[in-house]
Write a protein that binds this ligand. Structure first.
Ligand code: CTP
Ligand code: CA
Length: 227
């Protein structure tokens, strides 16, 4: 049994964090993506490592450096992200902070699409990506003890987060309001609500690094209460 110490509340725990956007190829030079910077997810991975956990960060394409003291796996697509997460199991805790593309082009063109010879703009046909959070939360054999998701919402934030919690089957949703989206996506601050089946905890606006540290502390408490 690992020594329980106040400053290393996750000592001996295995943690998986997903972070960043995914890129879904259209052809060899184009992709679908979103504005996620990876700052919140990377900060959570760093905070979990600082709390003593053995952390694997599965990151989509971002422009920020790999956190210290963390094993980082770089992926591009949602399907690659899911495969990396599944290879990393088992884990005690999974925190899905990535902004996974909900859809991908149904096929990747082998060659760059050309304007020449095409009278009309091409149409993109999309198919749904695997849901990594849902896969973890509903895993039959290797479900982490605690599965945490994020939810970016633009209206009735807490109601939508509650519905998402139920739909995904996870233990906690960190919900943020991105309606006044200047600042949150790409920014350094975040205003979040922690939504669990039992209650809601709303935190004041604070730096993403502080959200990360406090979230990791809360998760350690919840895990401790769990047994
Ligand atoms: N998520 C995931 N895999 C996906 C889509 C989402 O792991 N294919 C995770 C995100 O990392 C996040 C949570 O699910 O932790 C919620 O993502 P969100 O986009 O808010 O939820 P969706 O279920 O995709 O619903 P919608 O986009 O329609 O609001
Ligand atoms: Ca989504």
């Amino acid at each position: 049994e690992a020594m329980l110490s106040a400053d290393k509340p996750l000592a001996g725990k295995r943690v998986i964090v997903t972070s960043g956007p995914t890129h879904e190829p259209i052809d060899p030079v184009r992709y679908l993506a979103n504005r996620s910077s990876g700052k919140q997810g990377h900060a959570i991975a760093a905070a979990a490592a600082a709390a003593g956990a053995q952390v694997t960060l599965v990151s989509g394409p971002v422009s920020i450096p790999d956190p210290q003291g963390v094993t980082t796996i770089h992926v591009e697509t949602a399907r690659e992200m899911l495969a990396a997460v599944e290879e990393t199991l088992p884990a005690d805790i999974a925190i899905c902070a990535a902004a996974v593309a909900d859809w991908r082009p149904d096929s990747e063109g082998a060659q760059k699409m050309k304007k020449e010879g095409n009278k009309q703009a091409p149409e993109l046909s999309l198919v749904e990506n695997p849901d990594i959070l849902r896969t973890l939360a509903q895993h039959h054999t290797l479900r982490p003890t605690l599965v945490v998701g994020f939810a970016a919402e633009t209206e009735t934030v807490v109601d939508h987060a509650r519905a998402k919690l139920e739909r995904k089957g996870c233990d906690l949703i960190v919900a943020n309001d991105v309606s006044h989206a200047t600042g949150i996506m790409g920014g350094d601050h975040n205003t979040v609500h922690l939504v669990s089946p039992a209650d809601v905890e709303s935190w004041e606006d604070m730096p993403k690094t502080e959200v990360a540290a406090r979230l990791v502390a809360r998760i350690a408490e919840i895990l401790k209460a769990h047994r």
